[in-house]
Design a protein around this ligand. Structure first.
Ligand code: ATP
Ligand code: MG
Ligand code: MG
Length: 570
C-alpha cells in the first residue's frame, strides 16, 4: 500500500486543487531556525512538507517544497547549524537543490513592507521601555492600553524608523509595532512588535542591520515572497494565524502582494515518550556532558539517529504511521523502534557476532583443520546469496548460551546437553572449566560429523537449541557500544506527587545510567572491513551499525541500533 494516507491537510489541499485556488501548484516549506540541530520532531515536519510537495506534483506539476532558514534572530544563530540542517534534510532523502532560501535574504523587502505599513498608518514606532510595554499589554480578561506614542504622525514614524535602521538608537529604546487593537481578545493582535533594535552580528548579513523583524512578521512575508500556498506549522501558532492573515491582507491591499495569499494550517507537534524534544533540554544534555555531543546515538537528534543506525526509510514509515492530526498526542517510543526494526529486518544483511565470548573446544575435531559453513545473507532474500563462515576446533560462543545448572526450559548448551551450531553441526557438551568463583572459562563438546547443516540427512536428528558461534582463528575483536533508551521513564522529569522529593525533580534525574555500555565482542572477519554506517542484523543479538566516525578495519566499532524485540513494554 503505497498510497499516501489521507489527513485533514490533504483534504484542505484537495479542496484548493479542485477550486484551483492556487492554479496548478502546491507550495510548502520547511522553515528551521538555524539555532540548533534537527530532532525527531523536525523529521515529522520534513516528511509532511517535502512529502506533500512530492505527492501533489503528479496532479499539480509546479508543486515544490522550499528549505527556508528562518534566520531573522541574529543572537542564537550560526552557520554551523545551517550546514548541519542541510545535511540532515538530504539524509532523510530530500534534495531541495535550487530551493534553499534564507529569510535574511528578504531583510530589504521586509523593511520596505514595514515602511509601507507605516505610510498607511498601520504601524508606529513605540518608545516605551520593556517594562512599560509589558504592563500596558493587559491580560486575558483585561484590555491593554494604547501607547502614548500610538498616534505619532506618519512623518515622525518614518523618520524614527529610518533612524532605528541607521543605528542611532540603543537596543530596547524603540520598537516598531503594528497598529491593530489593544483591546483584542487575542493577545497577538494587541499591536504586536514588527521590528526591534538589536546591535548584533548576523551570520549572513554581518553588521548590515541593527534592526531585525519579529517572527510573526517575517514568516508570513517570507511565505508570500516565495509563493507558498500552504504554510504548515505546529498548533501553538493557531492564535497567531489572525496576525499572519492581517499582515498579508494589508500588504496585499497596499499592492505589495497579489492574491491568492498563502494560508497557515496548524498540525500537532510530535511528542514522544522516553525522550525530550525541546531544544533547551537537548542543549542541557550536551553542554552538561550527559551525552557525548550532538550526534550521540542516545540523543533524539537526526545526527544521533544516523549514528545510532536508524534509517531514513524507518523515519518515513514512522511519519506515515503516526499521521497528522489537529490534536496533541503522545507517541510511544516503541512505535519508532518498531518502524526501525521493520525497515532493518527487511534491508539489513545478517551477520554473526559474539558479544560476550566464552571459548568452546570441539574435542573430537582435528586440530589445525578448518571447513566452510554457508550462512544466508538474508533468510527472506535467497537471491542475496550466502557467505562462508569457517569452522574449526576452537570457537567463540555467547557466555549466556551455556549454563552449568540451568532451569528446566533452557534449550541451549548445558552439561551432557545437545545443541546445533547454526549452519554447522550438532554438538554434545562433555565438560567445562571454571575458576574458583564458578566463572566458566572454557566449554568442551564433541561434534557429530553426520549432522552438518545443508548435507543430506543432517536434519533427521532434531535438537531444540540453535546457537551462533565464530571460529577463534579468524574472528576479529570489536568495540560494541550497547545503546538503550536515554531516559528510564516515559515522561522524563514528570512530577511524582507520592515522592517526597517531587518538588526537586528534574528531567536529568531520569537519565537511564545503562543507556550506554561498552563491550569487547568478536565479529565475523567481513564485518571489520565493512564501510562505516553499514547496518546489519547480528543474529539473535539485534541490529547494529558500523560507527560513522570511529569504525575502521584495524579498530572495528559498532553501535547497537535496536534490539530484535521490544524489551520495554511487557
Ligand atoms: P525553538 O522554538 O526551540 O527554536 P522549533 O521547534 O520552533 O524550536 P524550528 O527550527 O523553528 O524549531 O522548527 C522548524 C520547523 O519544524 C517548524 O515548522 C516547526 O513547526 C517544526 N517542528 C519543530 N518541532 C516539531 C515537533 N516536535 N513536531 C513537529 N514539527 C516540529
Ligand atoms: Mg525555532
Ligand atoms: Mg520555531
Amino acid at each position: 500500500d503505497n498510497a499516501p494516507s489521507s489527513h485533514f491537510i490533504r483534504a484542505r489541499i484537495d479542496e484548493d486543487c479542485a477550486k484551483q485556488t492556487y492554479g496548478t501548484k502546491v507550495a510548502t516549506r520547511f522553515p528551521p531556525e538555524p539555532n540548533g540541530f534537527l530532532h525527531f520532531g523536525h523529521a515529522k515536519s520534513i516528511f509532511l512538507n517535502f512529502g506533500l510537495a512530492d505527492d501533489y506534483r503528479v496532479q499539480c506539476p509546479q508543486s515544490a517544497c522550499n528549505l527556508r532558514f528562518d534566520d531573522t534572530n541574529p543572537i542564537k544563530e550560526e552557520a554551523e547549524y545551517v550546514d548541519a540542517i542541510r545535511e540532515d534534510v538530504a539524509w532523510l532523502g530530500f534534495d531541495p537543490a535550487s530551493r534553499v532560501f534564507y529569510a535574511s535574504d528578504y531583510f530589504e523587502r521586509l523593511y520596505r513592507c514595514a515602511e509601507l505599513l507605516i505610510q498607511a498608518g498601520l504601524a508606529y514606532v513605540d518608545s516605551q521601555n520593556a517594562e512599560q510595554l509589558r504592563s500596558t499589554r493587559g491580560t486575558l480578561t483585561e484590555a491593554g492600553q494604547n501607547s502614548p506614542f500610538r498616534d505619532r504622525s506618519t512623518e515622525e514614524n518614518i523618520q524614527l524608523f529610518r533612524a532605528m535602521r541607521a543605528g542611532e538608537f540603543a537596543d530596547g529604546t524603540h520598537i516598531l509595532r503594528a497598529k491593530i487593537d489593544m483591546a483584542s481578545p487575542n493577545m497577538n493582535m494587541r499591536d504586536p512588535a514588527i521590528y526591534r533594535i538589536r546591535h548584533a552580528h548576523h551570520h549572513r548579513t554581518g553588521d548590515a542591520w541593527c534592526i531585525y523583524p519579529m517572527y510573526d512578521f517575517a514568516h508570513c512575508v517570507s511565505d508570500a515572497i516565495e509563493g507558498i500556498t500552504h504554510s504548515l506549522c505546529t498548533l501553538e501558532f493557531t492564535d497567531h494565524r489572525p496576525l499572519y492573515d492581517w499582515f498579508l491582507a494589508r500588504l496585499a491591499e497596499l499592492g505589495e502582494f497579489t492574491p491568492p495569499l498563502p494560508q497557515q494550517i496548524e498540525f500537532s507537534r510530535l511528542n514522544l515518550t522516553y525522550v525530550v524534544l525541546s531544544k533547551r533540554k537537548l542543549i542541557q544534555l550536551v553542554t552538561g556532558g550527559h551525552v557525548d555531543g550532538w550526534d550521540d546515538p542516545r540523543l533524539p537528534t537526526l545526527k544521533g539517529a544516523r549514528r545510532r543506525g536508524f534509517t531514513p526509510a524507518g523515519f518515513k514509515l514512522f511519519a506515515e504511521r503516526i499521521g497528522v492530526s489537529k490534536s496533541d498526542s503522545l507517541i510511544d517510543y516503541s512505535v519508532l523502534e518498531d518502524c526501525m526494526r521493520e525497515d532493518l529486518n527487511e534491508h539489513a544483511e545478517r551477520r554473526v557476532a559474539v558479544l560476550d565470548p566464552v571459548k568452546l573446544v570441539l574435542t573430537n575435531y582435528p586440530e589445525g583443520q578448518t571447513e566452510i559453513c554457508h550462512a544466508p545473507n538474508h533468510p527472506q532474500h535467497p537471491e542475496w546469496g550466502k557467505r562462508d563462515i569457517s569452522l574449526s576446533r576452537e570457537l567463540w560462543i555467547e557466555r549466556e548460551d551455556f549454563m552449568i545448572d540451568p532451569p528446566k526450559k533452557f534449550f541451549r548448551l548445558k552439561p551432557d546437553g545437545e545443541v546445533r551450531l547454526r549452519y554447522g553441526y550438532i554438538i554434545k557438551c562433555t565438560g567445562y572449566d571454571a575458576d574458583e568463583n564458578g566463572h566458566v572459562t572454557c566449554v568442551y563438546a564433541e561434534y557429530d560429523p553426520d549432522t552438518k547443516s545443508g548435507t543430506p540427512g543432517s536434519e533427521t536428528r532434531k535438537v531444540k537449541g540453535n546457537i551462533h558461534w565464530l571460529s577463534c582463528h579468524d574472528a576479529v575483536e570489536a568495540e560494541v557500544r550497547i545503546y538503550d533508551r536515554l531516559f528510564s521513564v516515559a515522561a522524563p522529569g514528570a512530577r511524582r506527587p507520592d515522592d517526597p522529593e517531587d518538588m526537586e525533580r528534574d528531567f536529568l534525574d531520569d537519565i537511564n545510567p545503562d543507556a550506554k555500555r561498552i563491550q569487547i565482542g568478536m565479529i565475523e572477519p567481513s564485518l571489520a572491513t565493512c564501510a562505516p554506517e553499514s547496518r546489519f542484523q547480528w543474529e539473535r543479538n539485534g541490529y547494529f551499525v558500523a560507527d560513522q566516525h570511529d569504525h575502521n578495519p584495524t579498530k572495528p566499532v559498532f553501535n547497537r541500533t535496536v534490539t530484535l524485540r521490544d524489551s520495554w513494554t511487557a
